[in-house]
Design a protein. Sequence first.
Length: 286
Amino acid sequence: MWEVDNMSGFLYERVHYDKNIKLFLTPLTAVFVDMHIHDEMEVICVLKGDMHVLVNNQKYHLNPGDIIIINAFEPHGTLKGNHDCMHMLLQFNPFEIFSNIDYQKGMRCISYKIDKDTEAHVPLYNSLQELYRVFVSSSNELRIKGHLSILYADMIENLEWESIGTKSKKEESDLFIFQKVIHYICDNYHQPITLDQISKVSGFSTYHFCRFFKRMSGLTFIEYLTNLRLDKAVFSLLTNEKAICKIAYECGFASIKSFNRAFKNAYGISPREYRKRFVSSHVSKT
């Protein structure tokens, strides 16, 4: 049964959910999921279609079978690929679940994307599939944590890790500024944000801000802002019956014309048609 997340607008099937372990099957319906952080490690495995993941100043393209690892407290977001995507999303808090393991304390994974043709892929993919099977067939917490332990052991043995303390002061400063900028955009996307305004938030000139933002996010500022506004608009289309022109203005678009144009460029159909098709084919089935 599909559910709609009230914060992100995600459609998902909740396979397992508790404080420290969450597993979802998720169709990537939004063009963009804005940059965010949380205290869990995240593992994404694409089951069909394709998607892009923005993390560590890079944009990674994932195809069926590809896996990506995102560390706790690491800013990340997603972009829709060329084809409709279904992916498995696992979030778990290793510091809570494996608090007695000394090795992982103060470490972070730097093997972000694991392609299908790499040696590390086989054990990780098999462990993920087995973990999913256990999630579906058993509510035994000990059994679930046992299989999660196997997955985490495979990650430690097959992937590259580094000390968290190895980040330079410049990297830490860049991350702090980037988070400040992202928070500002997320708080103000519904109103006009000029390049001069956002550059002042960062403390950079407009020229250096544009280069900085592209390096940190993989997108231009305008691309990021437009995608974020579209994401918020999609959520509104799915969860209420507001007039489309009202949604456009509430999500920061200057006119209904600019909203329709951006939406059609992203989704290939108008907002009205999207609401009609998507709600009838998905939400009505919940």
